[in-house]
Design a protein around this ligand. Structure first.
Ligand SMILES: [Zn+2]
Length: 126
């Protein structure tokens, strides 16, 4: 896999700069994350090893806290990209370098999700 690195946090789907991470109130507590103009959302995991929680939060954000829709979503419904922050060098890393993971990986992570384009959404309005 190719690696990319950036000096600023960049949306992996469109290349724009998303919102700064901020606290977002949710029905079941709060999370830290943000949104991008292209419809992508991300959850910020400062510890770097709570990606499971970050994933659940990002998924809830992606579906505007429609927890039924989030639960029924399959992996074909969205794309997932992890960006990690290398504090020492000040790089945001995407791709192979970001995914090293493991219990010794303490780099902050940004877990991005975006719905697949060809998905029929807006069904929840009916
Ligand atoms: Zn974007």
């Amino acid at each position: 896999m190719r690696s990319n690195r950036y000096r600023v946090l960049t949306c992996p789907f469109c290349g724009r700069v998303p919102e700064e991470p901020h606290k977002i109130d949710m029905r079941f507590g709060e999370t830290t994350g943000g949104r991008c103009e292209c419809g992508a959302v991300y959850a910020f995991d400062e510890t770097g090893h709570l990606l499971g929680d970050a994933f659940n939060d990002a998924l809830a954000l992606l579906y505007n806290e429609d927890y039924d829709a989030a639960q029924n979503a399959s992996e074909q419904d969205y794309q997932e990209v992890v960006i990690s922050f290398d504090k020492r060098h000040g790089w945001y890393l995407q791709g192979a370098d970001a995914d090293r993971g493991g219990p010794l990986d303490r780099r902050s992570k940004y877990l991005f999700l975006k719905k697949q384009k060809n998905q029929k959404d807006r069904k929840e309005l009916s």
